[in-house]
Design a protein around this ligand. Sequence first.
Ligand SMILES: O=P(O)(O)OC[C@H]1O[C@](O)(COP(=O)(O)O)[C@@H](O)[C@@H]1O
Ligand SMILES: [Mg+2]
Ligand SMILES: [Mg+2]
Length: 335
Amino acid sequence: MPKSISLTRYLIEQQRADGLIPGQLRLLLEVVARACKGISQAVNKGALGNVLGSAESENVQGEVQKKLDIIANEVLIEANEWGGHLAAMASEEMDSIYVVPNRYPQGEYLLLFDPLDGSSNIDVNVSIGTIFSVLKKPEGSPGVQEADFLQAGSKQVAAGYCIYGPQTTLVLTVGNGVAMFTLDREQGSFMLTQEDIQIPADTKEFAVNMSNMRHWDAPVKRYIDECLAGKDGPRGKDFNMRWIASMVADVHRILMRGGVFLYPWDKREPEKAGKLRLMYEANPMSWLVEQAGGAATNGRQRILDLEPGKLHERVAVVLGSRNEVERLTGYHEPL
Ligand SMILES: O=P(O)(O)OC[C@H]1O[C@](O)(COP(=O)(O)O)[C@@H](O)[C@@H]1O
Ligand SMILES: [Mg+2]
Ligand SMILES: [Mg+2]
């Protein structure tokens, strides 16, 4: 890998050489990256910037919003609304879609985001992130409505996340493998630090919130019981466990060294398919994981094939090292 390739240069090369990125999409991704730099700065300031703590408001899912949830949402909207590449945006923190105001030029893309993932970790200085997904507005539909967003994850044209951890790192796919860029704070640029990221097919590490074990369905319980049985159990090997409670950080670890991540359906709220949101958490992460050679299902079906019924739809998630995802998916009865 040649040294010193910035995100801008990487995207221009993808546009030129591979024709994978139309000009408007390239500009859109640069704006998202710029917004992430702004969010990273706010995260870094922490208490000094008065950005920690609760905002005393609730989002559409009934979750108490943190100040940084709202700041990150505003940064993303303000950065993206005037550039001319977007028709509308949707966010975990907004009830309905945000249509680009008439005073700005209208573009052909739809941007979805979880502005701040891992909100419970904001105040305790643990890695958090921004997750994003880009879709194309369906052709021929006048204006833009929520229904335009309801496309399967397989229709994404770009997806990624930015993790605010010991380093600020942006991980991206446009359907040509997964590339990673680390923020060089002296230059103010994201620099390419890894290309063609691959998740090993096998692993000895799982990530799940074990405190929910008594609420799980039998196939999930069986899978974890077998991992816990270690060398003496049916798997014949010892497993390690990690749970950061920021999906972005758990998925980042899996992209870096393998592993399997589970947030299954459970009996606490049986009417919900899962905790995580399909359109701006599971879909972008599933595409990244597949592009890195891994797999992602809801226990039965490939996540990228699910047809969303609503913007804030929830989904059960199993993703990561291919053989583990296939094993757990195999434990579920087919539909
Ligand atoms: O606290 P729990 O139940 O373990 O849930 C943790 C999960 O919730 C999330 O924080 C949900 O994301 P938000 O912070 O964006 O709502 C995931 O990132 C994480 O995997
Ligand atoms: Mg989230
Ligand atoms: Mg969030």
